[in-house]
Design a protein around this ligand. Sequence first.
Ligand SMILES: Nc1nc2c(ncn2[C@@H]2O[C@H](COP(=O)(O)OP(=O)(O)OP(=O)(O)O)[C@@H](O)[C@H]2O)c(=O)[nH]1
Ligand SMILES: [Mg+2]
Length: 337
Amino acid sequence: HMRSESSHPAALSPLLFLEPVITCHITLTCVLCESLERPKSIKFSSELLTHLFAISSFVTSRVKDELLEEIRNYKSLTETVEEPRILLVGQIGAGKSSFFNSVNSIFRGHVILQATSGYGDTSVSKRYRTYPVQDGKGGKSLPYVLSDTMGLENGDGEGIQVEDIISVIKGHVPDLYEAPITAHDDRYREKPCQADKVQCVVYVLQADNIHIVKKSLLQKFAKIRSEVNSMGIPQLVLVTKIDEACTKVRKDLTKVYRSRYLYEKVIQLGKTLGAPISSISLVKSYSSETELSLNVDILILKALQQMLRATDACLDDVKLKCRTETTSSEGFYPLFQ
Ligand SMILES: Nc1nc2c(ncn2[C@@H]2O[C@H](COP(=O)(O)OP(=O)(O)OP(=O)(O)O)[C@@H](O)[C@H]2O)c(=O)[nH]1
Ligand SMILES: [Mg+2]
């Protein structure tokens, strides 16, 4: 019964990465809930219920462990770029800094706020910052860095400019740089090396306001996208605040791939940005919680895994480029057409 109700239109299938696990988890959860809500029609012994909950939690924690294992053991296998850079760009308050904080929290084992996050009339993040991810307190740094930018603003000439973001992507901008970024500055890297450049660009949008994203902002995204396409850098989309967009999902995060509302938003976003559905990840970052939660972690780790895989695609092209010693952009396969 659960299976037939959960069947989705084909376009959503790339998002159903955890289908077997989630189905198992959801089936167990629903059986449990139904039995709790309607004790007269279905009766399970409390012992059986305890076992079912235990199996469900076990399966979910195994998924998290496997994701952690893959992400921990990531290697760039590229001499020129030991630590690939993943850059998050998006509107003010979209949840860029919170995503970094959530990734860091998962590897730390508890919720931490390293990047300043919050709400402001202008971007809360005032500088371009790169964050290495540490594997536990005092642990080694994982071999990739997440880069946080100031938020893009709706109006022209306000906040960080498209040109600034392109400079960051091209590797001209060092860590802790404040916009505006000019070639006259001493710290501006005139000739960045491959390791200074960004290997994956992630556009961050919040699920609860996709329908009201301003045209001016979409134009800024389009400008960045066309420039990034020509550089052959993979581009992904991160949809944050899914809990704010759908009440069912807020109550139970495992419903994320069953939400028709979110499904429609993803399709709409794909069309607006010209991005394939498979390049869109849905997450809920840690915002008000003080403890980690398995379901939040899995979505965050899955998004990070997708970013690292996209980064690999970029690095393969870098290697190919080095081998063929050509400056032509042939051989690049950007994710956005
Ligand atoms: N409910 C919920 N709140 C979130 C989520 N992600 C971020 N927030 C909240 O949204 C607000 C803005 O988040 P930030 O991470 O500071 O956003 P930002 O994109 O870094 O913003 P700027 O630095 O100003 O550009 C904060 O109050 C966060 O707690 C989410 O997934 N769910
Ligand atoms: Mg920020």
